[in-house]
Design a protein around this ligand. Structure first.
Ligand code: G3I
Length: 375
C-alpha cells in the first residue's frame, strides 16, 4: 500500500471510528451500555474473543479498571504473574499467590484466562541463568512446566509455551534468538517445552508467541521468514504447536504498514493448519506530536489498518490488548515520550473513557467475517 493510499484509508477509518464512538457514551460516569456495545460481545458475534492483560497492581489496587475489564473482556492474561520471576522465585520453590489471585478473579467473573509464558529469555528469576549453566536445563524446564501448567490444567484457554524464540540478528542456527535456553539445550528446547505442556495440560491451546512481524520493513521481513521456517521445521518434527501469537506491539509513526504483506503472512501461518491469536495489541505514539486529538486519530487508524489485514482470516481466534487503559502501559517504562506525556496506546483513556482506538477495535471486530468460535 503506498503512503498516499494509506493516508486516504486513514481518513476513512477516522470517520468510521468517530461514528462508532459517537454511538457510545464517552463519560465513564454515564455508565455506557457495555452489555450491548462491549468489545467482547462484538467479538463473540463474529466467533472471536476480546481480552486484555492485567497487571498485579491493577488486580489489587484498581477496582475501577477491573470493573471495565469485566465489562469489556472475555479473556484476560497476566502481564507478569505467570512468569518464572513471579511464581518460581527460588529453585524448586513456587509462589502461586498472584497467579491464583488472577485465576480466582477470572473464574468469579466467568472470564477465560490465557497463560503467559512458560519459556522466555526475560521475566526470569536471577537464579535461573546459573542453574541452566550448570546443566540439567531439560529437567528444570519439565519440572517447572509440570508444576505450573499442571496446577492450572483444564482451566486455561491457551499457553504461550515459548515466547520470542526468533531473532535473526543473533546469527544463530535457523534465525533463533540467542537465549539461555538455546545455549543450554540447543534448538530442541522448543520441542521439550511444547511436549511438556501437551502432557501437563492437554486442554490448553499451545502457542508460539512472537513480535516484530508487522511491517513492510526489511528486518521484519527477515523475522517473518525466520518464524515461518521455525514453524515449518517444528511441524515436520511433530512438535505439538497449535497456534501462533502475534503480539502486535504497533507504532503509529511507522508508515510501512502493508495490508497485503500482513494478510499474506497470516495466511502463510494458517495454511500450515495453525491458529492465530493477536496477543498483546497496543500502539506506540511516542514519536507523534503531543496533541491528543491527532494522536488518538493516528493510533486508531493505524490499529484499524493492522486489524483489518488480520481479523478476516477465519483461523484468527481473537484479540487481546496489552492492558486496557492508558493508566498503565509498559510503553511508558520502555519508550517514554520525550515530552513526558503518558502514551495513549490502549482502548480506554486514564479516566476509563472509550477512545478512538476502542472504536477502531469495535469497528474492525464488527467488520470481521463470522467463524465458528474455536478458542
Ligand atoms: O512484581 C515486582 C515487584 O514485587 C517489585 O517491587 C517491582 C520492582 O522491581 O518489580 C515487579 O516486577 C516487575 C513486573 O513487570 C511486574 O510489574 C518486573 O520488575 C518487570 O520486569 C516486569 O516487566 C514486565 C515485562 O514483560 C517483563 O516480564 C512488564 O510489566 C510487561 O508488560 C512485559 O510484557 C512483555 C510480554 O511479557 C512479552 N511481550 C513484550 C511485553 C512488553 O515487554
Amino acid at each position: 500500500m503506498t503512503i498516499r493510499r494509506f493516508a486516504r484509508r486513514e481518513m476513512l477509518f477516522s470517520a468510521m471510528t468517530a461514528a462508532t464512538l459517537a454511538a457510545c457514551p464517552r463519560s465513564a460516569s454515564a455508565q455506557p451500555d457495555v452489555a450491548v456495545a462491549a468489545l467482547n460481545n462484538r467479538a463473540r458475534a463474529r466467533g472471536l474473543f476480546y481480552g486484555a492483560a492485567v497487571s498485579n497492581d491493577m488486580l489489587v489496587k484498581d477496582p475501577g479498571t477491573m470493573a471495565r475489564i469485566a465489562a469489556e473482556c472475555g479473556m484476560v492474561v497476566a502481564e507478569s504473574s505467570f512468569k518464572w520471576a513471579d511464581l518460581h522465585p527460588k529453585s524448586g520453590q513456587y509462589d502461586f499467590t498472584r497467579s491464583d489471585a488472577l485465576m480466582d478473579w477470572a473464574i468469579s467473573h466467568n472470564i477465560r484466562v490465557r497463560g503467559h509464558t512458560l519459556v522466555w529469555h526475560e521475566g526470569n528469576p536471577d537464579w535461573l541463568a546459573g542453574a541452566l549453566a550448570e546443566g540439567g536445563g531439560a529437567k528444570l524446564m519439565r519440572e517447572h512446566i509440570r508444576a505450573v501448567a499442571g496446577r492450572y490444567a483444564g482451566r486455561l484457554a491457551h499457553w504461550d509455551v515459548v515466547n520470542e524464540a526468533i531473532n535473526p540478528v543473533d546469527k544463530q542456527q535457523h534465525g533463533l534468538r540467542a537465549t539461555p535456553w538455546l545455549k543450554a539445550l540447543g534448538p530442541s528446547y522448543i520441542d521439550i517445552a511444547f511436549n511438556a505442556v501437551a502432557e501437563a495440560d492437554p486442554a490448553a491451546l499451545r502457542v508460539l508467541n512472537e513480535f516484530g512481524v508487522d511491517y513492510a520493513l526489511d528486518w521484519q521481513e527477515g523475522r517473518r521468514v525466520a518464524l515461518l521456517k521455525l514453524l515449518g521445521d517444528m511441524l515436520k518434527r511433530g512438535v505439538p504447536v497449535q497456534a501462533v501469537g502475534l503480539q502486535a506491539h504497533l507504532d503509529a509513526s511507522i508508515t510501512q504498514l502493508d495490508q497485503t504483506i500482513l494478510s499474506r503472512f497470516v495466511n502463510d501461518i494458517t495454511s500450515m493448519g495453525l491458529k492465530v491469536i493477536v496477543t498483546e495489541l497496543d500502539v506506540r505514539d511516542d514519536r507523534l506530536p503531543a496533541d491528543i486529538a491527532s494522536r488518538d486519530i493516528a493510533v486508531a487508524s493505524h490499529a484499524r489498518a493492522w486489524l483489518d489485514a488480520v481479523l478476516p482470516n477465519p483461523a484468527v481466534l481473537g484479540v487481546l490488548s496489552w492492558g486496557i487503559t492508558d493508566r498503565r502501559s509498559w510503553l511508558n517504562d520502555i519508550f517514554p515520550r520525550p515530552d513526558g506525556l503518558p502514551q495513549r496506546a490502549l482502548p480506554l483513556d486514564a479516566d476509563l473513557n472509550r477512545k478512538r482506538l476502542w472504536a477502531a477495535l469495535a469497528d474492525s471486530l464488527d467488520a470481521a467475517p463470522g467463524r465458528v468460535s474455536a478458542g
